[in-house]
Design a protein around this ligand. Structure first.
Ligand code: GLC
Length: 619
């Protein structure tokens, strides 16, 4: 446990005896965790070689859904978790290898992210036993299960919060209190929900104090109105008891059979006055400790960082220097995502190419989680960090205006006082690309164009280095759920627009290429199938940007000893030749098209189309 001692001392100025005592308590968490891990899970760990390398396999694909929305249309009676094993066949057919269920534990709000209890399934979703059966059914198919670990905050109804509110000193010390007593905003700290939970404090009348709340708060000002009927209070990791309690929680969640834990809101874990309080160095020590504990109890359980940040602050989540690969094994590719939407909107892949060129390779066994949408808004937050000054401002404004045109997306976190264009926008991919407008107008040409754009986005997503993510419903070209506006509990948070139930009718149409659902489903399935077989698509593989032109051509290379894959994507509206020479050779079209011998330069791509070529040797 020397390693642990060193890490703990990096964070906490502990005396020898306190350190010894603390390490002893960590050791007990590990011992008890090992004893409690089921033989089935131990066999599962062993089958995976006792490590997390499985996340970087080219066949790895994550599907993200809310348990209730994914189960809603399934026949039969029962809870969502009880029904979900029935859905695994559908996911398997699509090519999914990992089901990420958004929060399912007892909750007071924020679609499950205000957690009341980390290890008891909310009765709305089912029971712990039903979850265990789902895990077993998934593992039987070789499929993994990902769950969130909302470790930055608890709801204000969690037992720790209730005991804090009741005045128990131990638990008051679990949360971050405003020592000034004023509730004044720390100037550099970002305001995450400026419209429905402004600031980063929550007034707690029972205690007469402000507690830190990055996300939802009840009452941001002592003299202000109560805005929400729950709050998310940030945990104070400057207190080692909080870290120990979270490690214990993590071990219990891992022993429920969870294969990957999504570390929600990871950048916010450590606060230090005078800083932005995001992605501070100390939180990397926290990550190393989490990994260290898991390695001993659940060595094949991976960690996924949810950190919406620029490359230089995000890459360290994979671990730096001697710790490469020993923090998180996956991290959302936030820096790529807005630029893909930009490329599609304006036929201009230049900014995406620039970001890809700047991205260092991920350590072996570590991978980006590549997405175009998730259950949250399409966030533009980092655009101006990546492209400072007027260029970024202009890009942000253009992307925002394009996707919030009449009938498309809706702004999220719109702060009219400070920003003209908000931080991002909500809506499903079909809605954002104009699918609902085209459906209403019966505009077949627009529908055909949007389908091309969707397949192009999928193909880019599957080519970028990392593991692709499918957000539930996007594989069936589903529109948004506008009914959120009629529900006062959901209306202020436009992210609910895109939280849609899997459409059973569309599921039934998935074989029919003549309808949008079938078209997108079949394209996604076919691409995933081809990808799974191709070693150049390994999640931790490299990428080279061969071209990213103003005319709309993006040419990428995924090198591999078995033969490189050259991928060309054309975002523009006129047919164009590839235009760069990726090296002479014999190329095989991975999707069954014709073989090419010699040079790919002159190969012409139709608007909004792409090609994957596998190098098969000398011409
Ligand atoms: C993450 C989640 C988001 C949630 C927030 C607070 O960003 O993705 O849905 O509101 O954390 O938990």
């Amino acid at each position: 446990m020397r390693h642990l001692e060193t890490l703990l001392l990096e964070l906490y100025p502990l005396s020898d005896s306190t350190l010894r005592d603390l390490v002893g308590r960590f050791e007990r968490v590990v011992e008890e965790g090992r004893a409690a891990r089921s033989p089935a899970l131990k066999t599962w760990d062993a089958a995976r070689g006792g490590n997390t390398q499985w996340v970087a396999d080219p066949s790895h694909v994550v599907y993200v859904a809310y348990a209730d929305l994914l189960a809603q249309g399934l026949p039969g009676e029962g809870s969502p978790l009880g029904l979900l094993p029935e859905r695994l066949g559908y996911l398997h057919e699509l090519g999914v290898t990992d089901l990420h269920l958004l929060p399912i534990m007892k909750t007071s709000g924020d679609a499950g992210f205000a957690v009341d209890d980390y290890t008891t399934v909310d009765p709305r979703f089912g029971t712990n036993e039903e979850f265990a059966s789902l895990v077993a059914a998934a593992h039987e198919r070789g499929m993994a299960l990902t769950l969130d670990l909302v470790l930055n905050h608890t709801s204000d109804s969690h037992e720790w919060a209730r005991r804090a509110r009741a005045g128990e000193a131990t638990y008051r010390a679990f949360y971050v209190e405003d020592e000034s007593g004023t509730g004044d905003h720390w100037p550099q700290v970002p305001d995450v929900f400026p419209d429905f939970a402004p600031g980063h404090w929550d007034w707690v009348p029972e205690l007469g104090v402000y507690l830190w709340s990055t996300f939802y708060s009840r009452q941001p000002r002592a003299d202000g109105p109560v805005l929400n009927d729950f709050a998310q209070w940030d945990l104070d990791y400057r207190n080692p008891e909080v870290l120990l309690a979270m490690c214990e929680t993590m071990v219990r969640v891992a022993n429920m059979g969870v294969d990957c834990m999504r570390l929600d809101a990871a950048p916010f874990l450590w606060k230090e006055k005078g800083t932005r309080c995001t992605s501070l160095p100390q939180l990397h020590t926290l990550m190393r400790i989490f990994r260290h504990v898991l390695d001993q109890v659940a060595p094949s359980t991976a960690l996924l960082a949810e950190a919406n940040d620029v490359l230089e602050r995000l890459v360290p989540y994979f671990g730096t220097a001697g710790f490469a690969g020993h923090e998180c094994q996956l991290a959302y590719a936030f820096p790529f995502m807005p630029f893909l939407w930009h490329a599609v909107a304006f036929g201009e892949p230049g900014p995406l190419g620039r970001v890809l060129r700047a991205a260092p390779p991920t350590p072996p066994g570590c991978a980006w989680l590549v997405f175009d949408e998730v259950h949250d808004e399409v966030s533009l937050e980092i655009v101006e960090d990546v492209f400072p000054g007027e260029e970024g401002e202009d890009m942000c404004r253009r992307i925002f205006r394009h996707y919030t045109q009449e009938g498309r997306g809706v702004p999220f976190r719109f702060d009219p006082q400070h920003e003209e264009y908000g931080h991002g926008f909500s809506g499903t991919r079909w809605t954002l690309l104009g699918g609902e407008v085209a459906d209403r107008a019966g505009d077949e040409a627009a529908r055909a164009r949007i389908l091309e754009e969707i397949v192009l986005m999928e193909a880019v997503k599957l080519t970028l280095p990392g593991v692709p993510l499918v957000y539930s419903g996007q594989e069936l070209a589903q529109g948004s759920d506008w009914s959120f506006r009629e529900d006062p509990g959901r209306a202020p948070d436009t992210r609910f627009l895109k939280r849609v139930a899997l459409d059973e009718e569309a599921v039934g149409q998935r074989g029919d290429m003549a309808v949008a659902a079938g078209h997108v489903y079949q394209a996604t399935r076919r691409l995933l199938e081809a990808r799974a077989e191709e070693p150049a698509f390994a999640g931790d593989g490299a990428i080279e940007v061969l071209a990213a032109t103003p005319e709309g051509m993006l040419v990428l290379r995924r090198p591999d000893p078995s033969g490189d894959v050259v991928a060309a994507f054309h975002f523009g509206a006129e047919p164009r030749p590839v235009g760069v020479d990726p090296g002479h050779g014999r190329y095989r079209d991975l999707l069954g098209g014709r073989a090419v011998a010699g040079d790919l330069q002159g190969e012409v791509l139709e608007p909004r189309s792409f090609r994957w070529w596998k190098a098969a040797g000398d011409a």
